[in-house]
Design a protein around this ligand. Sequence first.
Ligand code: SF4
Length: 281
Amino acid sequence: MPRTIDTAELIPLIARLCQKACFELGEDVVSALEAALAKEESPYGRDTLKLLIENARYAKAEQIACCHDTGTCVVYLRIGQEVCWSGAPLADAVNEGVRVGYREGYLRKSIVRDPLDRVNTGDNTPCVLHCEIVPGDRVGVTVMPKGGGSENMGCFTTLVPAVGAEGVKDYVLHSLEAAGGKTCPPVIVGVGIGGTMDQCVWLAKKALLRPVGQSHPEPYYAQMERELLERINDLGIGPLGMGGRVTALAVHIETWPCHITALPVAVNLQCHAARHASAEL
Ligand code: SF4
């Protein structure tokens, strides 16, 4: 039996999620920052982590943005296959939710209408919308404001399969070295391995939605995540690039089957303002 949902129902929901995400860092993120403070040795690094934790608490208490860069708004819908939509086109309703959320939350508008003429759209739309069809009659909605500093340092390559796991790890480490402090560390490192170019990059971003530090379900990849985290933290970049032991809070790997000729790898970096909020319709 199909379930009909008016797309207008998405507008207040997405508006609320935009604000919640920007105002309230998840408890998993705050706990990871506190754990980082406990192990950071550098005085600058420790002072920086204390400020980041205090900033997150203050933003939540005062319901204000925890970072001035409230990002490109990424919206991810998991749509039950028994759902039928009525009303305005889905993408229009989603963008209206973003428009209302950013306007009423006094969130910075950071989107330009064209990558070369650079005129601000004035309302942070359009968002980047991803939809997946899933079983059931519910709709999962996730809003992920993605700041420019960390997003700008993401990267993708297709390795030759012969380089194997060592080649993948080298690529991830080089990408962190190249990013240095520009990503506002400590970061969460999303790594996509496999798929096609587009799928691989999406895997790397989706990996950032896992609770911070939740391991890959397969022991092989969970071990690779632990090894990469240790080696990234050995780079010494530290909180906000001030030097220190903690450059990353977690490494999250997602994988997908791929072509016999290819070993695609994508890295999507998430700054300490690791914002996302979810709800179900
Ligand atoms: S990279 Fe993150 S923490 Fe740094 S300015 Fe952008 S959104 Fe803010």
